[in-house]
Design a protein around this ligand. Structure first.
Ligand code: MF3
Ligand code: CO
Ligand code: CO
Length: 256
């Protein structure tokens, strides 16, 4: 590894190890997200993730992180991020965001998706679609020579252009041996600011987009973040490696 302004740049063998870890992370997220359906509780999803991680000899990165009590974050409807798994039953019409982190071979993968349970309101579906595309346009900016805030600006332009708002209180991040490394990656702001991106930087890019206002609150459990207006929120996240020509998404699931 080397560093550029506090951002760790991974060498080829470190990137290979990140890829392996991230692929396992994404495969587990994919399987857990496929279980989301009306009638399922979030603790059932949590236990399933823990079991899959065990089978892969991986460590659930979130579990015990600053005392966090779950293996996944499961955030329903107005819950933005860090929803603690529990007895809450998923209902028809809910949108459920699942975030999962796995440490394997000393490197962390971090990825999230938001899925519909049963039939959801068309406007909520549009929120999911736009947030997924926010992640795609953000990843397209994770190329050597661009500046960090080019990522931020791409998310904000698309989200606000679609009539939604960008969560300000939480950000994406560098990732590697630690889940949260430098830099912090805002999902809003002007382009052309911040460090110049370099091949070998590994980033967790994660737009959090609200249907209503951007403001959030944290519940009394100390973790669960909700929208201030109780309207729904969506969250998608990939771990990516900055490349010379294009970013490489590391959290792509193994589907066989
Ligand atoms: N994975 C989250 C992120 O995307 C962080 C989860 S914090 C935890 O950065 F405590 F819930 F693990
Ligand atoms: Co995450
Ligand atoms: Co993250």
């Amino acid at each position: 590894m080397s560093r550029r302004k506090g951002i760790i740049i991974k060498n080829a063998s470190e990137l290979k190890a990140m890829h392996i870890s991230a692929r396992k992370t994404a495969t587990i997220l994919h399987k857990v997200a496929a279980k989301v359906a009306p009638g399922v509780t979030t603790s059932e999803l949590d236990e399933y993730a823990a079991e899959l991680a065990r089978k892969e000899d991986g460590i659930c990165t979130f579990y015990g992180y600053h005392g966090y009590p779950g293996h996944i974050c499961a955030s329903i409807n107005e819950e933005v991020v860090h929803g603690i798994p529990g007895r809450r039953v998923i209902r028809d019409g809910d949108v459920v965001s699942i975030d999962f982190g796995l440490t394997y071979g000393g490197f962390v993968g971090d990825t999230a998706t938001t899925v519909a349970a049963g039939t959801i309101h068309p406007e909520w579906q549009r929120l999911l679609d736009v947030t997924r595309i926010c992640l795609e346009v953000a990843i397209a900016k994770a190329v050597e020579g661009n500046r960090l805030s080019d990522i931020s600006h791409a998310v904000q332009s698309l989200a606000e252009g679609a009539g939604f708002s960008v969560v300000r209180d939480f950000v994406g991040h560098g990732i590697g041996r630690e889940m949260h490394e430098e830099p912090q990656i805002k999902n809003y702001g002007p382009p052309g600011r911040g460090p110049v991106l370099k091949s070998g930087m590994t980033l967790a890019i994660e737009p959090m987009i609200n249907l209503g206002i951007h403001r959030t609150q944290t519940l009394g459990d100390g973790w669960t973040v909700i929208t201030a207006d109780r309207q729904p929120s969506a969250h998608f996240e990939h771990t990516v490696a900055v490349g010379k020509e294009r970013a490489e998404i590391l959290t792509i699931p193994d589907l066989d």
